[in-house]
Design a protein. Structure first.
Length: 127
């Protein structure tokens, strides 16, 4: 299964997402903002990043932009509950997929599987 980094400042969503993913056999790491994203990605080497759009210090849009600007091609799923317009921006800036909160386990797992499959296909690239 995959190594998935979850970045969300809402601790309840973070726990729920972690539980869904670990119950499905994935390994997870969690952060509450994107401030240390470059270091975390370089050291932990996730197969996928799930990032919330609105967070303190460094939000999802800035996190996505930072990763892509630094040439990091890890697949990214951007999530948001209140800033759904920002999800379209996330897609234009390099997120591979977007997901509106609240989401259920089946929807999350299907999207994760789809993004991971597309990223492992020959010729797949981020953005």
């Amino acid at each position: 299964m995959a190594r998935i980094l979850i970045i969300d400042d809402d601790k309840a969503i973070l726990r729920a997402t972690r539980t869904i993913l670990t119950d499905a056999g994935h390994e997870t790491a969690e952060e509450t903002n994107g401030l240390l994203i470059e270091d975390i990605v370089a050291v932990w080497r996730p197969d996928l990043v799930i990032v919330d759009i609105m967070m303190p210090y460094r939000g999802g849009i800035e996190t996505i932009t930072t990763l892509r600007r630094n040439g990091v091609e890890v697949p990214i799923i951007a999530v948001s509950g209140t800033h759904t317009r920002s999800l379209a921006s996330a897609g234009r800036l390099g997120a591979n997929a977007t997901l509106e909160k609240p989401f259920d386990a089946a929807t999350l797992l299907a999207l994760v599987a789809s993004v991971l499959e597309r990223s492992s296909s020959p010729g797949a690239q981020a953005g």
